[in-house]
Structures are given as C-alpha cells and as structure tokens.
Design a protein around this ligand. Structure first.
Ligand code: FES
Ligand SMILES: [Fe+2]
Length: 352
C-alpha cells in the first residue's frame, strides 16, 4: 500500500514501541502492532509481558479481561492464561488443554520504552536497537523525559515521511520551532543499513519564534545544528546543538546547549499508528514548560499526517504519483530501505 508496493504494509521483524516503560503497570494494556493484537502487563515481579491479545476460544480481547495475580482471566468464558501464554484454567471442565495457549512475544525495555517484536522470535535481538549512548540518553549529561502518546488516524509511513523531511519545520511549524532556514539550508545526508539521517548546520540565523518567546537562548541570532537520525522502521532521534554565532561580540562560537527529541512511530493497523514523543535535556530546562510548548507542534504533525491520510482515502487504491523535490532524498532512501525489509520478509515467507 502507498507509499509502498501493493501488499506491503510494515516489516514484522523489527522492535516497535508498544508503550513508555513508566506507563506499563500491573494491569492489562491493549495494543495492535502490525495488525497483531497484543495484551501487555507487568507481572507482580515487575517483568514486562506481551501476549497475543486474542483469546483462542472465541476471539474475545484479552486486554478487556481481568488480571488476577499474573494470570489473565478472559472476560467472556473465564479461560485463564499464565504469563507464558499457557492455559491454566478452563472453568467449564477439569482439564486445561496444553494446545489452548496464546503466543508470547519478545519484549525488551530499553531507554524510556517497552519494545515488542511481532515477527520471527528467533531474530529478536535486543542489540538491533541503538545503544543509549548513541541515543544521547547516556554520557551526555541529558535526562530523558516522556511527553506524549497519541493514536493517530493515518498509516505509519506518513509520520515517518514527516520526520524524514524536516524542511516542513519552516512552514508547518513556522510560528513555533521553524524558520525559513530549516528549508533553505542544504542537508548533510548519511545512510547505512537500517539507518538514514539528515543534518542541517544553520549559521547566524534568527532564533525560532517559540524559543525566542520562551527566552530559551540569550541571543536573538544563533547557530544551530539540527537534524534527525532515523533508525528504521520507526525510531527517530532529533538532535539539536545550539551555540552563539561567530558574529557574537562576547562569545563567538561558544556552545549554549544540546537536546534530543525522540519520535517513535509504530504501525498499528494499515491506517492507524501509535506516536510516542519524548525528550532528553539538561537540568536547566523547565520540562513542564517544554511539554506545554511542544504539544501543539506535535499536534501540527499529526494534523498534517491525518489530513493526508484522508486525501489518500479519496482514491480507491494508490493516489496519483507524487511530485518529488530535492529535500525528498532522505525520505526516498528511507522508504526504499523499508520496502527492501518488507521484500526480504516476503521472500522468506515464500521459501518457508
Ligand atoms: S472467548 Fe475467552 S474464554 Fe471464551
Ligand atoms: Fe514536525
């Protein structure tokens, strides 16, 4: 499906964010990842568990059932499942059949997030995720803070596309975090398997309107290097480094601050997605104020993506071809890599 080939939705062999770690407790949580219904919870010992969310008896959603101790009791006819997915009780008979079980999915808690793997469990290697050092959550004096979770009415790739091409900051976020230089400054692009990034070094340019209003930087013109490191299929780490411009009389080129933002995009159904947003900042930042300021910015991205989904929906199939421009290079490469991941999985399924 658009923007991928017909029949391609999302890779299954990948770690996807199901929730922020802090939001998973000893209660049932429902998620659907790549069309796979899941039920998640934390055991009494604190371990994160992800089981298939469909009761194998009559398809009742286990997330809408009850957690008793570490056992899920289905809300329809009371069949109970333990944290390995094993059936432990069938109230209408004495015997709990071994065949009646729900699949268990690999889970890893890394950084601020709970990641789930709905593909081939043999391939679920936590080392595929970037290290916390690479993400700037360790070793840079920054502290991670979770901010927003949204269920979005659009296909996940529209949110990925939004993050692959930051020239939109100049327009969609022109009254908050963007200035025209976000579109006009040339990009430095980088790619390696499973990774694309785009960086712009904006020199001696006006401070974005929101930062200026908040008094975030002590000067009206700043140097800022900013960009996005995208770990496919859906982790985007935004990097910003701010310093005084070379023209500053007292502190030419002196570093002011760094921060990171994390957008994690999870394909849910073919036309819905989960969007988790978090940041990492130093101790001088008022995090509550930052959240208040950034909430409308993320809402603008969601608005644009959901509106595009409605536009695509007007065609019964794929929309007409897109007009491509220079700033699409990063998105084109990212899409190409994602298509290759899906093609490899399809080829494996055919030979299996
Ligand atoms: S549907 Fe779950 S016990 Fe019947
Ligand atoms: Fe945006």
């Amino acid at each position: 499906m658009y923007p991928f080939r017909k029949g391609s939705f999302a890779p299954r062999n990948a770690w996807y964010v199901a929730t922020f770690s802090k939001d998973l407790g000893h209660e049932l949580m429902g998620r659907t990842i790549v069309n796979t219904p899941l039920v998640l919870y934390r055991t009494e010992a604190g371990e994160a568990v992800a089981l298939d969310g469909r009761c194998p008896h009559r398809h009742f959603p286990l997330a809408k059932s009850c957690l008793k101790g570490d056992t899920i009791v289905c809300g329809y006819h009371g069949i109970a499942f333990g944290p390995e997915g094993e059936c432990v009780d069938v109230p209408s008979q004495e015997h709990a059949p071994k065949a009646l079980r729900v699949p268990k999915y690999p889970v890893v808690e890394h950084g601020l997030w709970v990641w789930v793997w709905v593909g081939d469990p043999a391939k679920a290697d936590p080392a595929l995720l970037p290290s916390l050092t690479e993400l700037g959550l360790e070793g840079e004096g920054l502290t991670g803070h979770t901010m927003f979770f949204h269920e979005v009415a659009c296909r996940y790739q529209l949110l990925n596309d939004n993050l692959f091409d930051l020239s939109h900051l100049a327009f969609l976020h022109g009254t908050s975090i963007g200035t025209l230089e976000n579109a006009s400054t040339p990009e430095e692009l980088e790619k390696r398997p499973g990774f694309v990034s785009s960086m712009r070094h904006i020199r001696d340019a006006p401070c974005p309107p929101l930062m200026h209003k908040l008094g975030a930087y002590p000067t009206e013109r700043i140097d800022r290097s900013m960009g996005m490191a995208s770990y496919l299929p859906g982790l985007h780490c935004g990097i910003t480094r701010v310093s005084y411009p070379a023209s500053h009389p007292q502190a030419p080129g002196v570093h002011i601050s760094d921060n990171r933002v994390y957008h994690t995009i999870t394909p849910s159904t073919p036309r819905t997605s989960y969007y988790h947003f978090a940041v990492a900042v130093d101790g001088t930042v008022d995090v509550a104020q930052m959240a208040r300021s950034l909430a409308p910015v993320i809402d603008e991205d969601i608005f644009a993506s959901a509106e595009i989904e409605k536009m695509i929906d007007l065609w019964d199939g794929d929309p007409p071809p897109e007009l491509m421009v220079k700033s699409d290079q990063n998105a084109v490469e990212g899409r190409r890599m994602l298509q290759a991941m899906m093609d490899a999985e399809a080829a494996e399924r055919e030979t299996a």
